[in-house]
Design a protein around this ligand. Sequence first.
Ligand code: SF4
Length: 230
Amino acid sequence: MFYEIVGKISIALVFIFLILILISLLLGVILIKKHRFILPKLLLFVMGNFQTQVKKIAGAFGLGERIVDQTCIEVRNHLNVESFARVQAKDRILVVPQCLRNVKCPARLDSKTGIACRECGMCIIKDIKAEVERLGYGFYIVPGGRFVERIVKAVRPKAALGVACCKDLNAAMHEISRTKCVVLGVPLIHEGCVQTKVNLIELFKKMKLGVEDTAANVEKICADANIRAS
Ligand code: SF4
């Protein structure tokens, strides 16, 4: 009798778990396709904590694993945007991946602070760095996700804005969310190992959250940067 009850409870829990995953996937699809946030905290709880299982089921339904990373990033951005805007720029850091660099980048890697851009102008990072310095952010060009976690632990910023491919960005945002640091992310629009691309307008808009600046200024900086990048 005891084992029968335990068996029935276990089957019911597995069933509920599967239903939750399916509902989360449905909400994820609605979010990505229609940009509508329905039950965002539940969505993040399920997708954030059971990523392996959700990704397997997403794959079985032909949705691809990427939808899980995209959904988690979007939901975290949605939930954290106001808290991020309340943090002063001097207490924020921006972390970008080394793959944004030009393949001929002359900068060297420092084991503690990442890659030190020499502002040669061969890639978009020169423009990002100029804007970061103008606003007062801390700035790091990093070779990988583990490096980001080390920097957050060492610098202890109140807020962090990260740029990376969907998978790495979601993983880093998940880890940073365990600390007191408020995290936002901007996924790369062109992923890969070298010369990747980020949407500068989206990045600069997020950098300027809560910081007084005009929209015209954002567009001018982006226009100048795009010209230099081409
Ligand atoms: S601008 Fe900076 S990061 Fe980009 S290629 Fe030059 S030194 Fe490297």
